[in-house]
Design a protein around this ligand. Structure first.
Ligand code: NAP
Length: 265
């Protein structure tokens, strides 16, 4: 990656998080990141961190070989038409973050001449903890490793089949909202049993973080960890069973399926 230069076109919420992740990566030189958006005042901090910032997308693309398109989906074709004249077949890799836009559609816009990647991170990219699902068209192993490197800089990345990309959007990108809602409900319960909101948030956030980290590090099934804390006739199983009687797992699963049905439409 030392010889690669990355342009992030459209440094809004997500693009900026990814640019930041790259700038913080010790195997990647900050001189190799170009960040664009029309209103540069929002990305002055990227400049301070070493990135080249500009509103000139053509300059960015001409001076880089990996192009991350991080604008809203409805702006992608406009950006592609704008940068097309300076794209070179033997040089550029295109990576789109746009929700719902397939690699075939993007490839068509570029006359099927370029390696195209589609990546679905989530907003935890902001703190380097995204999960990013990636698929591609017209790509090779070396290019895939480069693209994976970018998203590993802001969390973890997985290569998946494109047919699962909508499911990845629901589970990973929308999923973070589902987790936040779960956390909010836990905090509300915590307040009702005696904690102030801030203390409840601290306890719940660290509990969720610990649980997630245990699953990642121990590679266990959640249910076997639950078994360890459910004493027979104890308070944990009473709470868990009441949650299930009220439809806890079922409502989460139904929510995920409804979101998926919506995105499929
Ligand atoms: N947020 C998520 O959780 C999430 C997750 C996965 C994927 N995505 C996808 O990621 C993409 C970005 O989402 P976001 O939430 O980061 O949107 P966002 O905050 O609106 O960022 C898009 C940025 O593009 C810039 N822009 C628009 N036109 C431009 C142009 N012609 N040249 C350069 N920059 C331009 C805008 O800044 P200026 O107005 O200053 O130019 C804006 O800040 C979307 O396609 C979305 O579907 C988002």
């Amino acid at each position: 990656m030392k010889n690669d230069k990355i342009s992030v076109i459209g440094c809004g919420n997500l693009g900026k998080s990814i640019a930041k992740g790259l700038l913080n990566h010790n195997e990647f030189s900050s001189n190799n990141v170009i960040a664009t958006r029309r209103n540069l005042s929002f990305i002055e901090d990227l400049k301070e961190a070493g990135a080249d910032i500009t509103s000139d997308n053509l300059y960015a693309v001409s001076n880089s070989n990996i192009i991350l398109i991080a604008v809203k989906p409805y702006n992608v074709s406009k950006i592609i038409n704008e940068i097309k004249p300076v794209l070179k077949e033997d040089k550029h890799i295109i990576v789109s973050l746009a929700t719902g836009l397939g690699t075939a559609e993007i490839s068509d816009m570029l006359d099927n001449k370029f390696p195209i990647y589609r990546a679905m991170p989530n907003i935890a990219a902001n703190i380097g903890e995204s999960v990013t699902c990636i698929c591609s068209k017209n790509s090779n192993q070396e290019q895939t490793e480069k693209v994976k490197f970018i998203f590993d800089a802001v969390g973890e990345s997985l290569i998946i089949n494109e047919e699962l990309m909508e499911a990845a959007t629901i589970l990973g990108a929308c999923g973070i909202a589902f987790v936040f809602r779960f956390i909010r409900a836990m905090i509300q319960g915590g307040i009702q049993i005696g904690f102030d909101a801030n203390t409840a948030k601290k306890i719940v956030s660290q509990t969720v973080k610990g649980a997630a980290q245990m699953l990642q590090e121990n590679n266990d099934h959640p249910e076997s960890e639950i078994d360890k804390v459910t004493t027979p006739k104890g308070c944990t199983i009473v709470g868990l069973n009441e949650m299930e009687h009220q439809g806890f797992s079922s409502s989460l699963i139904k929510g995920i399926i409804n979101s998926f049905e919506k995105i499929e439409k």
